[in-house]
Design a protein around this ligand. Structure first.
Ligand code: FAD
Length: 550
């Protein structure tokens, strides 16, 4: 069996190593255009920022190691230029010598990844304007920084844009972040990103939302980033982090089917429209397991697993890729944001019915020092409670909870399963009622009708004449420090004795800080005959929706 692999990083290197583990006899050739294989792309921002200091650590394996341990024929500096499907050969070019030759295959695996987008913005080729994908990019960026760059503009506030902003700040660079949408981290729902925005600003990052870079105007050694508003932001370094596009040229030229967003279309075995050509990683279109829609999910985990599965299938195993759900996490200074499955935005776009629940627990027991708050949002089917998506923002413990929720979605679990979930507990790690149980209690209570609830944003969007009156059941001190406009304050512990202050001929919405006292108040008032709902997630969720309100 002659296996040829195009691209030697996440998907390609995984496929090659797995193929060798399955067959000592196969001839396995990996063509990699760049100088490195098995590059840890995800570590690059942290090498630029100085957290990772040893460059060699970014290379999980060298070509020599792949040759010696796996007897792989790794040809770096060699680009595959075309595929002849009828002859079953690829044409390759050695970058340094210019030598061009054909190489035969029985099975071809395409793992060329995705390239950073570089739209035709005037001035984009100025030496101050950079993208980040490999060590060559890193070297160019570092030489710019070492030459005295002091001001940076990062265009795009997605995962890589945020990581770059943080790492530039770590290096003492005055950093601005420009984002087209009206929020940072556009894959998440806007309210869940409020703590990240606050964190960026508190570390001195100038964040400009709802703006696009229209031009890079030369200015001294650097540029002025001209925004749509006309504002000009001076920069010695511009990082363009506005997304990636699949490197599909080989596939398109070979007549393989690609999807609307350019991803190579594959079946569940990762075979393209030509069954002898597999495709894995950022270059492919995958099925989103929650929405069922075709999607581009450029993440390292799926790429690695797909490489392995493609090799399994080539060697006759019944390997199937079941799709992806976009489980992702990012650290921004002291905060962490993570998501899995569908967002509220996506469910609304697809007009898919859903309900949602918010909780704001500590990451471990409150009585043990150092508990850090997190906000969890889950989305679920209104009738069955089946989980559709989750987002978490906080500090410690976010990683563990998002992975639990990711697995729950993969297993088709419901909010009732979250209530029952058995999780490890000692005070420094979690709570006897873990945040996962808590969000399950709230969501399951909603479905059971124990716990009538409303969303703060829908509540405040109601015309005043139909909007329920607000009763804030926190302490007077909490109330004085900030409240939802129009609320009256009756602390939950005084509620039973002050019922006379609440009119019975109108609807009420009770809220507290995070939802739990509001829930207790709702239970008290309903049993006394009041028409009342709890404001989901309480004042903390209100603050996430309306961070600039008084
Ligand atoms: P790649 O890793 O891009 O590898 C493709 C390789 O193919 C490249 O080396 C390229 O040179 C080579 N190639 C392309 N065309 C040819 C050709 N014609 N001939 C020969 N070789 C070719 N994902 C996460 O899950 N978590 C993270 O924290 C994270 N952080 C990231 C940070 C950065 C800065 C970047 C750039 C990416 C990050 N990612 C992260 C995404 C992750 O790195 C990718 O999803 C993953 O590397 C995709 O693997 P791949 O094998 O499809 O493509």
């Amino acid at each position: 069996m002659r296996i040829v692999i195009v691209g030697g990083v996440a998907g390609g290197a995984s496929a090659a190593a797995r193929a060798r583990r399955l067959s000592e006899d196969a001839e396995i050739v990996v063509f990699e255009r760049g100088p490195d294989v098995s590059l840890a792309s995800c570590g690059l921002p942290y090498y630029i920022g100085g957290t990772i200091t040893d460059r060699t650590k970014l290379l999980a394996a060298t070509p020599d190691r792949l040759r010696n341990r796996f007897r792989l024929d790794v040809r770096t500096g060699t680009a595959v230029e075309s595929i002849d499907r009828s002859a079953k050969t690829v044409t390759v070019r050695e970058m340094r010598s210019g030598r061009v030759y054909q190489h035969p295959y029985d099975k071809l695996i395409l793992a060329p990844g995705a390239a950073p987008m570089r739209p035709p913005i005037p001035g984009i080729d100025h030496p101050a304007v950079h993208t980040l994908r490999n060590l060559h990019d890193v070297d160019r960026i570092l030489s710019r920084l070492d030459a005295g760059a002091r001001r940076a503009v990062v265009v795009g506030a997605g995962f890589i844009g945020l990581e770059m902003a943080e790492n530039l700040v770590q290096r003492g660079i005055a950093t601005a972040l420009v984002e087209l949408q009206d929020q940072v981290l556009p894959p998440l729902d806007p309210e869940m990103t409020a703590p990240i925005l606050e964190s960026l600003r508190s570390h001195g990052v100038t964040v400009v939302l709802s703006q696009s870079a229209e031009q890079f105007e030369p200015s001294g050694d650097g540029v002025k980033v001209v925004l749509k508003s006309g504002e000009r932001m001076p920069a010695d370094l511009v990082m363009l982090c506005i997304g990636v596009r699949p490197e599909n040229r080989l596939a398109v030229d070979a007549g393989l089917a690609v999807g609307a967003r350019g991803g190579v279309q594959v079946n569940e075995h990762l075979q393209s429209s030509d069954p002898d050509i597999y495709a894995v990683g950022d270059v492919i279109e995958v099925r989103d397991v929650v929405t069922g829609e075709p999607s581009q999910i450029p993440l390292a985990g799926p790429a690695n697993r797909q490489g392995r599965l493609a090799a399994d299938h080539i060697f006759g195993r019944a390997a199937r890729f079941r799709g992806a759900q976009g489980t992702a996490i990012v650290g921004v200074f002291e905060r962490t944001a993570a998501m899995t499955g569908a967002s509220e935005k996506t469910l609304r776009r697809l007009q898919r019915p859903f309900r949602k629940a918010y909780v704001h627990p500590g990451h471990h027991a409150g009585y043990y020092p150092g508990a850090e708050a997190m906000a969890i949002k889950i989305l679920f089917e209104p009738d069955t409670g089946k989980l559709l998506g989750a987002q978490i923002v906080g500090g410690a413990g976010v990683d563990k909870r998002i992975d639990i929720l990711s697995v729950a979605i993969q297993a088709g679990m419901t909010v009732f399963d979250l209530e029952e979930m058995e999780l490890a507990y000692a005070p420094q790690y979690g709570s006897a009622k873990d945040p996962i149980n808590m969000v399950g209690f709230v969501a399951a209570g909603l479905i059971r009708g124990d716990h009538p609830q409303c969303d703060v944003e829908s509540l405040l969007a109601m015309p005043p004449e139909v909007r329920p009156a607000l009763v804030d059941v926190r302490t007077p001190q909490e109330f004085a420090a900030g409240r939802i406009p129009g609320a009256i304050n009756i602390p939950v512990d005084e509620l039973r004795s002050r019922l006379g202050e609440l009119r019975r001929d109108r609807r009420w919405a009770a809220y507290c800080q995070a939802g739990q006292r509001g829930y207790i108040a709702t239970r008290i008032l309903r049993q006394r005959g009041f028409d009342v709902v709890n404001v989901g997630g309480g004042f903390r969720t209100y603050r996430m929706h309306f961070p600039d309100a008084d």
